[in-house]
Write a protein that binds this ligand. Sequence first.
Ligand SMILES: [Fe+2]
Ligand SMILES: [Fe+2]
Length: 219
Amino acid sequence: MINLCDIQHDPEIAMLMVKVHEYLGTMGAITHDEEHAIYVARLSVHILKSLNYPEREQQLAEIAGYLHDIGNVVNRYQHGISGALLAFDLLKRLGMPPEEIAAVIAAIGNHEERSGYAVSNIAAAVILADKSNVHRSRVRKEDAATFTTRDRVNYAATTSFLVIDPDQREIVMHLEIDSAIVSVFDYFEIFLTKMLLCRRAANFLKCQFGLEINGTRFL
Ligand SMILES: [Fe+2]
Ligand SMILES: [Fe+2]
């Protein structure tokens, strides 16, 4: 069975992942590096494990989480779709069975807020894990005058984590936002579509989605 270790030790995949971060750097986009890939991989597993989904599903979510942004090597626009198509070839070469390839590429192809849909447990986990990785450390621009609103919201976030409660069937995103940098209102303006996608993902996993910002519960 193919696992994350096989993926990480594949030189072709490793090179594509390095280039994703390098090319996105030229446009000053927030980090899409190994750290983001591992964060999403680990959190996707944690979500499915906490909710008692089968172990192989957890492992496939780990792979999808790790590879979810690989399409940025082609173009940032529709990188979910291009990433899914790239992953199809890469996973086929590694000998992954078609049913598992389908599960992984569906999750990669559905993680973007414009076109994403929680089509499976794996896709739902990757959406929740990816969208919760909002943090100051991901902003690469050094001059605050060049920040986009998205940069500012990321820069304002000093803590972000998910709490999964399997008994209450609840997934709550906790954020600490420096309101001197961005107001909670600005946060909502930028992240509303992400939060709606997260809510649908949580619902797919038969959970309620909650959002707590600076100790106040909003959803
Ligand atoms: Fe992405
Ligand atoms: Fe991502």
